[in-house]
Design a protein around this ligand. Structure first.
Ligand code: HEM
Length: 509
């Protein structure tokens, strides 16, 4: 049996926090009070080892931690916090966020990830983690997968989130509702960010040396093997049978022999891209869909207005909705933007500094601060989205704030769900289209309503890092009354059922 020391003394725990910060101060600091008070950057007090992340295990969702740190110093353009033992600068000022992500992109060209490419190819070689020239090369190739004309051709392929990814990325047709044990869905659930998966990600980011030492990878070996076999097998079958499909595997296959020596995409490279597209499309879109459907389901007036818009489109299109018609639906779009604002699937994103960059003084009279290479900045998406100066009554689900001109709001850079600048989400058009199509079909045919298990007001899950609800998404689904029956809704007896869009538990937990 292993002896364990349980520390209950509060003073001891606090002194450990100070030791921890003092230790970090030696190699990276937020300013030194003793030398020059105007150089000090306020920071959220960390706990030993876990920094400011410990609350995510017991008390607060990751999104709420981001919001708390964001709100801790409202007058400062930036504040510090510790992701485990790594000091991170959280940028509060919108102009500065824009400056870092767009104008001075060359100082901050990369996401902040580190892991051993040999140990962890799925993680380190995907476009999200790639750096420098290799990233540019791959981004150029993959951007073609998301042009408006590609979107139009994918419109006919769209179904449910994970299945959409399988068919659009790999050209394989599956139905996870009928067959929830199919290997694509099962492996995707394994790879999605439950508690254990998130911990592995944080470990790779903050303690790469430890992961290397212990052979810990972000994704499990069997998931890595599954995707590698899938991509290798798909390429082999297409090569042998001359099959050409309109998907991202094809795009990557077509680069073979066309890139300069040394820049060719290997099987590991292709697998990593296929995988990140699959993961990107699976978890984020299902989060968006779940929150959007939930808010519509518990707000009768919003549901009615959305269904009126859907009915009008169906009437105008003779019952067969088109790509143009769905993209012209202003209220549907406003509902989706408002869901993304209130519940951004990524509560924060970040950048790693590549060359030193001077930030303006955090408050008038303070010293400017120079971010050094390899230091990290955090863009607090959830904090900005819940700041009343940008979104009055931020805790209210109000699609009207996006109704008249969502693009204007996005331009103002206060809408950050897809990130900003050259490193912003490559799949955002696809995600929006996919969500529009699904919500359209659900609310054309069904009414959603609260049931005894629904939590109102909704509570974010406090244990873990992903954006989800504490008790899962429970709603009552019933067929819609035929329009000819007038405005009164009649549920057909025996057909009312309960659905749970996201299972409560991740397979790891
Ligand atoms: C609601 C759905 C989605 C949300 C909210 C979302 C959000 C984001 C965010 C915040 C980033 C980081 C941006 C930054 O750092 O500035 C990102 C990057 C990325 N997303 Fe998405 N995403 C979604 C759907 C998708 C889909 C469907 C795909 C692919 C099919 C995808 C693929 C990617 C990739 C590959 C990157 C990395 C881009 C790069 O580093 O060059 N995402 N996404």
């Amino acid at each position: 049996m292993t002896p364990v020391l349980m520390i209950r003394d509060e003073r001891f725990i606090k002194s450990m926090a100070i030791v921890n910060f003092e230790h970090i101060r030696n190699h990276r600091n937020f300013g030194d009070q003793r030398v020059d008070p105007s150089s000090v950057i306020p920071y959220a007090k960390p706990m030993p080892f876990v920094g400011n992340m410990w609350e995510a295990f017991f008390q607060r969702s990751f999104a709420e931690i981001v919001e708390k740190i964001y709100n801790s110093n409202p007058d400062s353009k930036y504040v510090g916090f510790f992701e485990f033992d790594t000091p991170v600068l959280l940028i509060r000022d919108l102009d500065l966020i824009k400056s870092i992500t767009v104008k001075n992109f060359h100082h901050f060209p990369n996401h902040r990830l580190a892991s051993d490419p040999d140990l962890d190819p799925l993680f380190s070689k995907n476009i999200f983690s790639l750096r420098g020239e290799k990233w540019k090369e791959v981004r150029k190739i993959l951007t073609w997968a998301f042009t408006p004309s590609k979107m139009r051709s994918m419109f006919v392929l769209l179904r449910y989130s994970s299945d959409v990814s399988v068919i659009c990325m790999f050209g394989i047709d599956v139905n996870s509702l009928i067959d929830p044990k199919n290997p694509y869905y099962v492996n995707m659930r394994e790879a999605s960010f439950g508690k254990a998966q998130s911990l592995r990600l944080f470990a790779a980011r903050n303690f790469p040396w430890l992961c290397q030492l212990l052979g810990i990878t972000v994704f499990k070996q069997k998931v890595i093997e599954f995707f590698k076999d899938l991509v290798t097998g798909t390429i082999k079958i297409r090569d042998e049978n001359g099959i050409v499909r309109s998907d991202m595997i094809q795009l990557m296959m077509e680069t073979r022999g066309k890139l300069e020596p040394g820049k060719e995409l290997t099987i590991d490279d292709m697998t990593a891209q296929a995988f990140i597209f699959f993961l990107g499309g699976f978890e984020t879109v299902s989060t968006l869909l779940s929150f959007a459907a939930y808010e519509i389901g518990i707000n009768d007036d919003i549901q009615k207005r959305l269904q009126d818009e859907i009915d009008q489109v169906l009437e105008d299109c003779n019952g067969e909705v088109t790509y143009e018609a769905i993209n012209g639906m202003k209220y549907l779009e406003a509902v989706i933007f408002e869901s993304l604002r209130m519940y951004p699937p990524f509560a924060a994103t970040g950048r790693a500094c590549a060359k030193p960059f001077e930030l303006p003084p955090r408050v008038p009279g303070a010293k400017p601060y120079v971010v050094q290479a390899n230091e990290t900045v955090c863009i607090p998406i959830y904090g900005i989205h819940h700041d009343p100066q940008y979104y009055p009554e931020p805790k209210k689900f109000n699609p009207d704030r996006f109704y008249d001109n969502p693009i204007e709001v996005a331009k103002f850079h206060s809408f950050l769900s897809f990130g900003l600048g050259p490193r912003m989400c490559i799949g955002y058009r696809f995600a929006l289209l996919e969500t529009k199509v699904l919500l359209f079909h659900i609310f054309a045919k069904c009414d959603l309503a609260p049931c005894s298990k629904s939590s109102i007001p909704l509570k974010l899950n406090r244990k873990g890092f992903s954006m989800t609800l504490e008790n899962g998404f429970w709603l009552k689904v019933q067929p819609r009354t035929a329009k000819s029956a007038g405005s009164e809704k009649i549920a057909i007896p025996g057909t009312t059922m309960l659905i749970e869009t996201i299972p409560d538990k991740h397979p790891d937990d």
